[in-house]
Design a protein around this ligand. Structure first.
Ligand code: ATP
Length: 356
């Protein structure tokens, strides 16, 4: 029997190029350990729509319940046919249905890669399933509506449950990392006294369980300025959905762009590796997408599963991928054009396997 059953949902556009690199690297990384992974290919996105008439077929959805985790490639939902209920954006549904409340998004600089700052190692932990995001913050219906053509309303949802969960993820991470041992909770409770007020209160409650971790709060506007000027001052940052969406792209911009921004969606039972970037239709099919974000998202998933199952081999394999990736970035020979290099997507993946 396999140690792990992992789904592969390639997604759209550059997903078809970067997801196979992530699978290739994980396969190589686990080889020395006899870790047995069963890979389960599942259709999703536009390729699935063309083949099955659905962007998220029931078979794909149902199969995920039987897996330990899965890789979801970027989704290009803006190009999906409008007004066809079978052409839905899969990722908010997956995040919601599988209770993937915390979205962990690291931004780490590498001295050899052009970036706005050096010595950055910050993780944004974003609440994933409520906030202002109208496609997932309601039980039924949509959190955004127009009572008349000249009036639009957006509902924001903040619950103590999800705030507790995302705060716990942030504090656990701060404890595991060799960082500043600090969690910074971002809010705007000067204005959103109830919503952000509840979020910060929930973070303070969790902070009591982690006396070894420094806890601080910051208002989102001041924090944005501070993050741009002195990102080295932060370790783990926890925040609500929309602030986290914006701040994690900002953090990616500080360390080399969206190709350098991995992500992991986690919940009590399931885990989904999903890079921060979108499907980048402007560069799709050219083999120039940077596979770093997708490979490192899968690496985070392997590490997370290893920790969950107390599997030292899986953890070691994940650590090896991180070291191999650092070697590749430092050599500067095998990096994609967005990082100033000349190799293609698959050659960069090969270089990581070589370094392993
Ligand atoms: P979404 O809203 O779905 O997250 P987006 O509007 O943020 O998508 P992306 O698809 O992420 O847009 O692309 C933004 C820019 O970043 C584009 O110019 C794209 O080419 C570039 N980009 C995104 N991912 C990568 C990558 N892996 N490698 C190189 N460039 C990338």
């Amino acid at each position: 029997m396999a140690d792990y059953r992992i789904g592969v949902l390639k997604g759209d556009d550059i997903g078809l190029e970067v997801v196979p690199e992530a699978v290739k690297v994980i396969k190589d990384a686990v080889k020395p350990f006899d870790t047995n992974i069963e890979w389960v290919d599942l259709p999703v996105g536009m390729p699935s729509y063309k083949e099955n008439g659905e962007t998220l077929p029931k078979k794909t959805f149902d199969s995920l319940f039987e897996l330990d985790g899965w890789i979801l490639g970027p989704i290009g939902h803006m190009a999906y046919p409008k007004n066809d209920e079978k052409a839905i954006n899969p990722h908010p549904i997956l995040r919601r249905q599988f209770d993937l409340v915390s979205n962990i998004r690291p931004a780490k600089s590498c001295d050899e890669i052009p970036s706005v700052h050096k010595n950055v190692d910050v993780v944004i932990v974003r609440e994933n399933n409520e906030g202002f995001q109208p496609d997932r913050n309601m039980y039924k219906g949509n959190g955004e509506f127009m009572p008349n053509p000249d009036l639009a309303m957006s509902m924001r949802v903040i619950s103590r449950r999800n705030s507790h969960m995302v705060a716990s993820t942030a504090f656990e991470l701060a404890r595991q990392r060799n960082g500043l041992k600090k969690v910074t909770a971002i809010h705007k409770n000067t204005v959103f006294k109830l919503g952000c007020g509840l979020f910060i209160e929930a973070c303070q409650e969790i902070a009591q369980e982690y006396p070894d971790i420094t806890f601080e709060t910051a208002v989102v506007d001041t924090f944005s300025m501070h993050l741009v000027m002195h990102p080295q001052d932060f370790d783990v940052v926890v925040t609500t959905n929309m602030f986290g969406d914006i701040l994690s792209d900002l953090a990616a911009g500080l360390v080399g762009g969206l190709g350098m921004a991995p992500g992991l969606c986690v919940g009590p039972k399931y885990v989904m590796a999903q890079a921060t970037h979108g499907s980048a239709p402007d560069i799709a099919g050219k083999q120039i997408a940077n596979p770093y974000a997708m490979i490192m998202s899968a690496q985070m998933m392997l590490s997370w599963l290893g920790n969950k199952k107390k599997d030292a081999d899986a953890i070691e394999a994940a650590n090896n991928i991180e070291r191999a990736m650092t070697t590749v970035l430092r050599s500067k020979n095998d990096i994609t054009p967005d990082l100033g290099g000349k190799v293609n997507t698959s050659q960069m993946g090969d270089a990581v396997c070589e370094a392993l």
